[in-house]
Design a protein around this ligand. Structure first.
Ligand SMILES: Nc1ncnc2c1ncn2[C@@H]1O[C@H](COP(=O)(O)OP(=O)(O)O)[C@@H](O)[C@H]1O
Ligand SMILES: [Mg+2]
Length: 304
């Protein structure tokens, strides 16, 4: 994830925040389109949201591809235009109205930006999509002239389905892959999703200490190769559900002392199978190894 953030910073954030006359001297304009691609659940939507918060005080426009198609049937041209021409206003009291960047995030971008049909026939929905793509192309080419500076961010699990015309320089020029997390990344993601229960003292980890927590995260990260961020969050939710179930069984009488145990995580781990990458792992490593017992985690917790 660090290299993704670094690439976005250099290609998108730095040029957007550079002084206008410096950009003019260099003869370059900031990019107007960014494509984030990669398997589902690896943080594209999350990243797009964070990015808009960093880039601009203006509220972003979030639309998903299928939603655009639904909304735009019959009036697609006007609607694509309104997406660009009527950016949400700045919150009251924030200065810099006109110049504040407008970010349009197009989620499930492949649904609208698929390759156009070869022309001629095509059913109704294909024609709508073709006209949306043509509109998008026209608007992207005119984006530098808009009254409000605009950045388009397309998100997709299927870059291969996107019309190559949209991916050319000047349009969705910067392509950044958001790949499944590596071991260190998984530990960080698990830390984020366990943070609340850990800081509320609701995790039962042997030898209660920051070291114990970190060892637990590392162990879990090592055992979740191929899991996406969404699946890791799912493991934490599944573990918490086992603890909640125990609390519910006693009518919440002992709710005050309920903790999420290693065994809860063990069961949560077995409930969540990494969907996106199972096939990939079977190709490369043979069948999935049975999860190692969580006792190993217990054994690696440093004693104090
Ligand atoms: N890098 C990450 N850090 C923390 N949580 C993550 C991360 N990646 C994914 N998640 C979790 O997975 C959920 C789904 O991620 P999302 O951004 O919607 O994935 P995508 O858009 O790539 O399909 C997020 O809401 C979050 O809970
Ligand atoms: Mg998403």
């Amino acid at each position: 994830m660090d290299n993704v953030v670094e690439a976005i910073r250099r290609r998108v954030w730095v040029p957007l925040s550079a002084p206008k006359d410096l950009l003019e001297d260099l003869g370059v304009a900031p990019v107007s389109g960014l494509l984030l691609h990669g398997p589902p659940g690896c943080g594209k939507s999350l990243l797009a949201r964070r990015l808009t918060e960093i880039l601009t005080p203006r509220p972003p426009t979030f639309v998903s591809g299928p939603e655009i198609l639904d909304r735009f049937v019959g009036s697609s041209e006007a609607n694509v235009r309104s997406l660009f021409d009527f950016p949400p206003p700045l919150p009251a009291g924030v200065p810099g109205a006109e110049e504040a960047l407008h970010v349009i995030v197009l989620d499930e971008f492949d649904a609208i930006a698929g390759r156009r049909s070869a022309g001629g026939g095509g059913d109704g929905s294909e024609r709508v999509r073709d006209s949306v793509v043509n509109q998008l192309l026209a608007r992207m080419d005119g984006v530098q002239q808009l009254a409000t500076p605009t950045l388009l961010v397309g998100l997709t699990n299927r870059k291969d389905l996107i019309d190559p015309a949209l991916l050319r320089p000047g349009r969705f020029e910067v392509h950044i892959e958001v790949a499944p997390p590596d071991c260190r990344g998984r530990a960080e993601i698990l830390r984020i999703h366990c943070h609340q229960m850990w800081s509320a003292d609701r995790m039962e980890i042997p030898k209660w200490s920051e070291g114990g927590f970190t060892s637990f995260l590392t162990e879990l990260a090592e055992r979740t190769e191929g899991f996406s961020g969404a699946e890791l969050a799912g493991v934490v939710r599944a573990a918490a559900a086992y603890a909640l179930e125990r609390a519910a069984m006693t009518g919440y009488k002992d709710a005050g002392s309920i903790k999420v145990t290693l065994q809860d995580f063990e069961r949560g781990l077995n409930d969540v199978a990494p969907a996106a990458s199972t096939a990939y792992r079977q190709d490369t490593d043979g069948p999935r190894q049975p999860a190692r017992d969580m006792d190993t985690a217990r054994n690696t917790v440093p004693s104090q």
